[in-house]
Design a protein around this ligand. Structure first.
Ligand code: FEO
Length: 401
């Protein structure tokens, strides 16, 4: 049986009107079947009580239906509105069940979200009320104002702002796959890493939208940010500062060298290149892809400027993990400016073509590969100094230095 902490056993109070209902799914190992999770995740739901009506902001992931619905019943609060900030099923899948419990309730969401809820959950259109940007809904003494936030991270996303309490509910935006908290963010390095990993997989492909939504959130200047994964931020500046750094278009100059080495030759080259680049003042980092997972690679990509694929030759081509990585980079859309390849070939093959066939980054520049036959000799490693200088020069050029 899946292990989880049932946070909302007694519904945690955030204010006299706002309550946290969340489940910590510590045993979840993967998210989107793409990135490994370090410590699982949480699914947050919030109950907002007005003088006349109550609203539930986001719901719960389906595997926890029984527990969540039991707590909703125990809360003894009639739900008048179900706010769906985003239709992805980890937040929306219990909407139909809640509508059975509260047949009078209305779902409030964006137009895109309404479409998704119909397609993904079979939600009945008559139960859904589409809200517009800045539209307000009164609960009686408490007001919900909606901010459309397309591509944070789906086109359907919106934020919900509780005006009287200055609380901003942002769903996935500012979220983290983080479970080591009680209710509020501890602003720890572990939380920063979890939020960074989350940003890299979920938000980085939409960085330009994220910059815009961050500006909106900063302008609202909420006293509290309440995402639908991870902890509640009583000090939003913590997560705002991190998002400002991660969405920045400033060129860092960092060069990643990600390699797979079958017999140590490519590893020797990768480590030599890392050392030579560092000697030239370049921030270079070599990563053994047999030891790093997708989450760690995505985190490193946030501020990477150059990417060097390092591969042995296997069956006349690159190691398949490099081909997969090229595709992963293409969908995560980091702000890479250039790429190249290093590698070792035994008897023959094409290391670059399968990688390039999957690397789709607009305007990315190419630096000629550095490939040796078999084990790199002292002469090869010395020649790598020239290759390192070419890369350092490109870093300087794209950094405007
Ligand atoms: Fe946490 Fe996009 O769902």
């Amino acid at each position: 049986m899946r292990r989880f902490d049932f946070f909302c056993r007694y519904m945690k109070k955030i204010s006299d009107s706002v309550f946290y209902l969340g489940i910590s799914d510590k045993e979840r190992k993967m998210f989107d079947q793409l990135v490994p999770l370090r410590e699982g995740t949480t699914y947050n739901s919030y109950l907002v009580k007005g003088a006349e009506k109550n609203a539930l902001i986001d719901t719960m992931y389906a595997p926890f239906a029984a527990e969540f619905l039991a707590e909703i019943k125990a809360a003894d609060a009639k739900i008048d509105y179900i706010v769906s900030n985003h239709a992805e099923q980890d937040h929306s899948s219990l909407i139909p069940a809640l509508l059975e419990l509260f047949p009078e309730a209305q779902v409030l969401c964006s137009a895109k979200c309404a479409e998704n809820l119909k397609n993904m959950l079979g939600a009945k259109p008559e139960k859904i009320r589409v809200v517009a940007d800045k539209e307000e809904v009164s609960l009686g003494g408490k007001t919900l104002r909606f901010y459309m936030a397309a591509f944070a991270h789906w086109p359907d996303t919106m934020f919900t702002y509780l005006t009287e309490e200055n609380m901003l509910f942002t769903c996935d935006f500012f979220g983290a796959h983080y479970t080591s908290f009680d209710l509020y963010a501890d602003n720890s390095p572990a939380l920063e890493l979890a939020a960074k990993s989350y940003y890299a997989e979920i938000m980085m492909p939409f960085a330009s939208f994220c910059r815009k939504h961050l500006a909106v959130a900063e302008q609202i200047n909420p006293a509290m940010v309440l995402p639908s994964h991870g902890a509640v931020y009583k000090d939003p500046k913590f997560i705002f500062d991190l998002y400002r750094k991660w969405t920045s278009t400033e060129v860092s100059g960092k060069v990643l060298i990600a390699y797979v080495s079958m017999y140590g030759n490519t590893e020797t080259m990768a480590r030599n290149l890392e050392k030579q680049l560092q000697g030239l003042g370049v921030c270079a980092k070599a990563i053994d892809l047999m030891e790093a997972n997708e989450a760690e690679i995505a985190e490193e990509l946030i501020d990477a400027t150059g990417f060097i694929f390092g591969t042995s030759c296997i069956l006349a081509g690159p190691h398949p993990r490099l081909v997969y990585l090229a595709y992963l980079i293409s969908i995560l859309k980091p702000q890479l400016k250039f790429y190249s390849l290093i590698g070792s070939i035994g008897w023959g093959g094409n290391l670059l073509a399968p990688i390039e066939a999957n690397l789709k980054i607009p305007a990315i520049q190419k630096i000629e590969s550095f490939i040796v036959k078999g084990a790199p000799t002292g002469g090869d490693l010395a020649a790598m100094g020239k290759f390192a200088k070419t890369i350092a020069a490109k870093v300087a050029e794209v950094s405007g230095k």
